[in-house]
Structures are given as structure tokens and as C-alpha cells.
Design a protein around this ligand. Structure first.
Ligand SMILES: *[C@@H]1O[C@H](CO)[C@@H](O)[C@H](O)[C@H]1NC(C)=O
Ligand SMILES: *[C@@H]1O[C@H](CO)[C@@H](O)[C@H](O)[C@H]1NC(C)=O
Ligand SMILES: *[C@@H]1O[C@H](CO)[C@@H](O)[C@H](O)[C@H]1NC(C)=O
Ligand SMILES: *[C@@H]1O[C@H](CO)[C@@H](O)[C@H](O)[C@H]1NC(C)=O
Ligand SMILES: *[C@@H]1O[C@H](CO)[C@@H](O)[C@H](O)[C@H]1NC(C)=O
Length: 627
């Protein structure tokens, strides 16, 4: 299953290049104003209907409201306040920021860009509605050139509603339950307040909401580059295509540079292909260096540079057999992590210090791989993965799917498309994950997943598509045969057979072997593990102690060793990298404690076990190819 460059090319030409969102760049021509900082913040009452929209709060000065406060951007709002009302809020919150836009920029096109707002956002500029967007974790932007007042103060207003985000893909009635009355066997107990709502999150992490990533007022020239697609493989072959909004009388100049800024290719066409002799390949850590190249695209009019954009990429190929995943034709074994973008106070808000610490710890552990559980991570992180040589499975925000309606499917396809569009040029991305732990024993899930697989393959022939299975087994899953490789989450010793540590090896071994025998696809075990409350020690071990977590992990590793020896698995990922916040349930004590690091990123006992294992296997240059 070698990816065929021409397949990709043909499909590429049929998809619209204009819809893409380029990453934001500052260079000779392009610039931006950051709108990050303290925004005015007003909360509507819990589940209060649509008061702000109904009363046109977009036309008002929110900072004049008596209950207005401030909210840092980027950050989730939930843990910034002092009461549970804000933490547990369901419904609308409003953000407002007033900023001058300099007169000198009036000839630039102004695009307002949000890197992530969770969940539903309505955006206004100077009281006028300019766009709305559904879903967090992916960027959206809108041209606001005609709304901006130059040389004057402008008002940016964002209304954010998290009501539907109880599942990351909404699932209608499953999202939250109205419980004005409790009905037990036909007897109505009206102890609950009128309109009481119970939030039933369909996922095991806290429903952090608000403006989670950076907000920028991007300034680009009126004639500008809109998209760049690059496919470059380990033979040195490459293909690229770029689009601009207007090419009349415009000269295009494209240059490719290696990591030492030597020019290795140039053309004056908007698309091109070629072959680089001795291309330095992008390798994951432990296999080689993560060499990067840059494609520089310039638009020139009458000898004058009018736009320029530089996209980094790597020469590397992902292929797969029926048992292994290969990078540049060499076997790749994932030593990885499930993670979360989660930290104290900021929740899911982007923070450079947390991102850098996490990736430094991942390297210290000897890891080479992770999955963006359970939503696309920040753009900053994707560039760091490229630079550090960390291989990544990028996952759509679809966790615990149980409703397979047409509406869900359409939204899911849009999110998948936007996600691939955002991350397609990152060499670190080696696979797309369509969902985590869907209820794919249901017959109707097959048609639903078929559309997703076809969508991903339709846009990108160069990467395999996978789904992460949890609730299903080898004998009742309706969709696994559609995938290029299979991911499975298994918790023997925790959700299954708690306390029976000696049983883990056999159970994991046989469970995973049966998936492999049934589907004949490569398999990565993407989750296993146990909770441990940091510093809780029990010898002999008891559940929730650090010892118990450590033993579950050690025993599961015995199964992994046997499965790898028998050519059954091609990778393993611990759940989880670090402790993270969840909603309240009887099985969670101030969040999920399956981290090998604490929430403040200190190592638990299990971290050392995992580190020893990963460091021993870190050098992958000698892995053998299985038949
Ligand atoms: C904040 O003030 C506005 C305007 O008076 C009001 O409509 C809204 O309900 C208030 N928010 C809360 C949480 O009470
Ligand atoms: C916004 O929140 C309210 C609850 O306060 C809900 O009734 C409404 O459906 C939500 N609208 C959207 C578009 O999410
Ligand atoms: C209460 O539940 C019973 C079934 O247990 C159902 O027949 C009845 O319609 C319910 N009543 C209300 C008000 O929801
Ligand atoms: C390509 O464009 C550059 C810059 O305008 C120009 O100097 C060069 O002559 C062009 N090359 C060709 C082959 O047209
Ligand atoms: C784990 O189970 C496999 C499969 O039965 C077996 O081959 C292997 O020896 C076991 N490992 C240990 C350490 O018991």
C-alpha cells in the first residue's frame, strides 16, 4: 500500500484550495495584531435561554454591565472564577475587547482568526455579526476588512455557548437531561428546582469552554497566497501546489530551501514536481533526525514583492503492511502516550510553558509518539512535533460517539476536513484518527464511518486512517475492517478484573491477538493503565495506590512483549501522560488519575517503569520487517 503520488495529485486538483486556513505568519509583508489578553466577560444565567442574543448585547458595551468582569484569553473560563456557577456553567458567556487598529494598515486585508473557541461561537465586529462557528479545537477566520474602523478603536464581541459540547460531536438528546421532575416508576418527585438540568458528559474529561487558543487580527495583502499543499516522500520526490486569490499580472516565485538555507529548487509556476537527490529525510526520534525543508512562495507585481509565505515540510513516507507501520520504509514501533491539553487554572487553554514542559517530559521518557486525544491540539504543538521528531496520530473531536445521524455525520466530515486541511503539511502527522471509543457495534455506524474513511482518503492518500476502539470487541465491531490500521483501548486490571494483576498478561494477549486474527491489520494499543492518587502508597498494592498502577503497567508490558514478538502489535500508548480534570463521578477523585505524571507534571512511580521501557526500545534503527 505505497501511497501513490498521482492519486493524491488528482484529488488535490479537484478539491478547493481556497478554503484552507494558512497558519499565521509574520514576515516581510504579513503581520498581525494579537488580541490575546484580558477581555471583558459577562456570563448569562445557567441554561438561561438566549438572553444576550435576544437583547442584542452585541450592540451594547459589555464593560458597562454591572456584573462584567475580565477573563484572560487564551484560557478556559471554568477555573478562573471563585464559584461553582462559572465552573459548571451551561449556556452563553460573552467576551468583548476594544482595540485600536492603526491607520497605517488600512490597505491590508484584515482577517479575524480564532485558533479555538469551545463550543459554539458567534462573532461581532463593531456590533455587526461577522461569522459563527461550531466546535472547538480547530481554527476559523473571517475577513473583517469592511467592518474595521482604521485609526480608531474597534469593538470585538464573541458570544460562546457550550450547551452542545457535552459530546464533542453533538448527539441530540444525549447531551444534557432536563430534570424538572424525577419520575420513579410513574411517581413524580418534585424535589428538584424548576428547569433543573443535569449535564451528562459523554466523555471522561472536563468540559472546558471559552476562547481556548490565540485570537489574532491577521493583516495580509489584498492579493495573497491562500493555500500551499506539499507532498514529499522518502525517495526525494515532491509535488506542491499553491493558490492565490488573484494571479492576474502576478508573477509567482517558488523556492525550496534545505535546513541550512541552501536553495535546492525553484520554479515560477503555481504547481510543480521534482525529485531531490540526497534529500535529508524527516525521521521520528530514535530512527534519525527530523530534517525539515521550507517552501517559500512569493507573489511579485511589477518587480515588487506583494506577498510571501514560508511553509515547512519534510521528506518522509508512511506505509503499512498487514502487521506493521513503516516510516521511510523502516518499521516504526510507537512508544507513546494518550494526553490532554489540560492544566491547573487554564484548563484546556493554550499555554507555551505547559506545552514545552510536556514535550520535554515526553522526550525524557524516551517517547517517540502520541495521539492528540481527544481533539486536535494547538498549531504551536504541531510545529514542535515536526521539529522534535515526535510522530503523532491526530484525532477528530469525536469521543464516545453513539448517535450516527446524518447531522452528526455532516458535522464530523466538516471537522475531519478542517483538521486535515490544518495539519496536512506536518511530517510528524502519520495517521488520522476518526474517533475515540465509538459505539460501533451498532449496525448504522458502518455507513457513517465509511463516509469518514472516504473523506480522509479523498483528501489525503499519503496517510493511513484509523479509529480507536473501546466498547467493541473483535467479534462485534461493524467498522474496523474499513480502517488502514486498528487502535484498541484495553484496561485489564482496572475496568476489567480489578485486583487480578496476574491475569493481565493472558487477557491482553488473547484479546489483542483476536483483533489481529480477525482483521489482519496493524494494531496499536492506544490506552491501558490504572488510576493512582499521587503519593498514595500501599504494599501489597491496592487500587488507586501508586504501586497498583505500576504493577498493572508492568503486567500489561509482558503482554506487549509477547504480542510484539508474535508480530501482533506495532505500538503502545499509556493512558495517560498526566492526571487531568474530569466531571464529578464516583470513579473520579478530583479528576482522572491515570497519569504517569501528576497534574502539575511530577513523576509517579509508574513514570520510571515506563521510562526504563521506552529508553530500552528507543533506538529503532534495528527493528526487523515482518512478513
Ligand atoms: C449579568 O447582567 C445581565 C444584564 O443585566 C443579565 O441579563 C445577566 O443575567 C447577568 N448574569 C447573571 C449570571 O446573572
Ligand atoms: C445556547 O444555550 C442555551 C441555553 O442557555 C440553549 O438553549 C441554546 O440551544 C444554545 N444555543 C446554541 C446554538 O448552542
Ligand atoms: C413517568 O414514567 C412512566 C413510566 O415509568 C410513564 O408512563 C409516565 O408517562 C412518566 N410521567 C411523566 C410525567 O414523565
Ligand atoms: C522567475 O521570477 C523571477 C522573479 O520575478 C525572475 O527573476 C526570473 O527571471 C523568473 N524566471 C523565469 C524562468 O521566468
Ligand atoms: C504472557 O503471555 C504470553 C502469551 O500466553 C506468554 O507467551 C508469555 O510468556 C507471558 N509472559 C509472562 C511474563 O508471563
Amino acid at each position: 500500500m505505497i501511497p501513490r503520488l498521482w492519486d493524491f495529485l488528482i484529488l488535490l486538483l479537484t478539491t478547493s484550495l481556497a478554503t484552507c486556513l494558512l497558519h499565521v505568519q509574520k514576515n516581510e509583508i504579513r503581520t498581525f495584531d494579537s488580541l490575546d489578553g484580558l477581555w471583558t466577560f459577562v456570563r448569562e444565567p445557567h441554561n438561561g435561554g438566549d438572553i444576550g442574543i435576544g437583547n442584542q448585547w452585541n450592540t451594547l458595551d459589555l464593560d458597562k454591565f454591572s456584573n462584567a468582569t475580565v477573563m484572560p484569553v487564551p484560557s478556559a473560563y471554568n477555573d478562573i472564577g471563585t464559584g461553582s456557577e462559572l465552573r459548571d456553567h451551561i449556556g452563553w458567556v460573552w467576551y468583548e475587547k476594544k482595540e485600536f487598529v492603526p491607520l497605517r494598515d488600512r490597505n491590508m486585508r484584515h482577517v479575524l482568526r480564532f485558533a479555538s473557541v469551545n463550543y459554539f461561537a458567534v462573532v461581532y465586529v463593531n456590533s455587526e455579526k461577522v461569522t459563527s462557528h461550531t466546535g472547538g479545537h480547530l481554527p476559523f477566520e473571517v475577513d473583517v476588512s469592511s467592518q474595521i474602523k482604521f485609526g480608531a478603536e474597534n469593538k470585538f464581541t464573541v458570544a460562546v455557548n457550550n450547551t452542545l459540547s457535552w459530546s464533542t460531536i453533538p448527539q441530540g438528546d444525549f447531551n444534557y437531561q432536563k430534570l424538572a421532575q424525577r419520575n420513579i416508576s410513574g411517581r413524580i418527585l418534585s424535589r428538584l428546582p424548576d428547569g433543573a438540568v443535569k449535564n451528562v458528559g459523554n466523555f471522561d474529561f472536563f468540559n472546558y469552554a471559552g476562547i481556548l487558543r490565540t485570537v489574532q487580527l491577521v493583516k495580509i495583502p489584498s492579493t495573497h497566497i491562500q493555500n500551499i499543499n506539499i507532498v514529499a516522500d522518502h525517495t526525494g520526490s515532491f509535488f506542491f501546489e499553491t493558490a492565490a486569490n488573484n494571479l492576474d499580472g502576478i508573477q509567482v516565485e517558488v523556492k525550496m530551501f534545505d535546513g541550512d538555507s541552501n536553495q535546492v529548487y525553484t520554479t515560477n509556476q503555481t504547481k510543480g514536481e521534482g525529485k531531490l537527490e540526497n534529500a535529508k529525510l524527516w525521521w521520528p526520534r530514535g530512527m534519525g533526525d527530523p530534517n525539515l525543508y521550507t517552501l517559500e512562495v512569493s507573489l511579485i507585481s511589477d518587480g515588487e514583492l506583494i506577498d510571501i509565505y514560508r511553509e515547512t515540510f519534510g521528506f518522509r513516507t508512511v506505509t503499512w503492511s498487514d502487521s506493521q507501520i513503516f516510516i521511510n520504509s523502516k518499521p516504526f514501533y510507537c512508544l507513546g502516550f494518550g494526553m490532554h491539553e489540560d492544566f491547573e487554572l487554564i484548563g484546556r487553554g493554550f499555554n507555551q510553558a505547559v506545552m514545552t514542559k510536556d514535550l520535554n517530559l515526553l522526550e525524557w521518557m524516551g517517547g517517540n509518539c502520541y495521539r492528540t486525544t481527544h481533539y486536535p491540539y494547538s498549531e504551536e504543538r504541531m510545529f514542535e512535533n515536526d521539529r522534535r521528531g515526535i510522530a503523532v496520530i491526530v484525532e477528530t473531536p469525536a469521543v464516545g460517539l453513539k448517535g450516527f445521524s446524518k447531522a452528526n455525520n455532516n458535522l464530523h466530515i466538516k471537522m475531519l476536513t478542517d483538521m486535515i486541511d490544518r495539519d496536512k503539511n506536518h511530517p510528524s502527522v502519520f495517521a488520522w484518527s476518526l474517533a475515540n471509543e465509538p459505539q460501533t457495534a451498532k449496525k448504522e455506524s458502518r455507513a457513517y464511518f465509511k463516509t469518514l474513511v472516504d473523506t480522509a482518503h479523498g483528501i489525503d492518500r499519503t496517510r493511513p486512517v484509523t479509529t480507536v476502539y473501546g466498547p467493541t470487541n473483535f467479534d462485534n465491531d461493524e467498522t474496523a475492517d474499513l480502517m488502514d490500521f486498528i487502535c484498541v483501548n484495553r484496561y485489564y486490571g482496572w475496568y476489567i478484573d480489578m485486583g487480578y494483576i496476574p491475569w493481565i498478561n493472558q487477557s491482553v494477549y488473547w484479546d489483542i491477538s483476536l483483533w489481529r486474527e480477525t482483521f489482519h491489520k496493524p494494531i496499536i494499543v492506544t490506552e491501558y493503565g490504572a488510576d493512582s492518587i499521587p503519593g498514595l502508597n500501599q504494599e501489597p498494592s491496592v487500587d488507586f495506590s501508586e504501586q497498583y498502577q505500576n504493577e498493572v503497567i508492568q503486567e500489561t508490558h509482558h503482554a506487549f512483549d509477547a504480542l510484539h514478538k508474535d508480530h501482533t502489535i506495532t505500538g503502545e500508548m499509556i493512558w495517560n501522560f498526566a492526571d487531568f480534570m474530569t466531571g464529578m463521578t464516583t470513579t473520579r477523585a478530583v479528576g482522572n488519575h491515570k497519569g504517569v505524571f501528576t497534574r502539575s507534571r511530577q513523576a509517579k512511580i509508574a513514570a520510571y517503569t515506563l521510562r526504563n521501557r521506552y529508553l530500552k526500545r528507543f533506538d529503532q534503527t534495528q527493528l526487523e520487517i515482518w512478513d
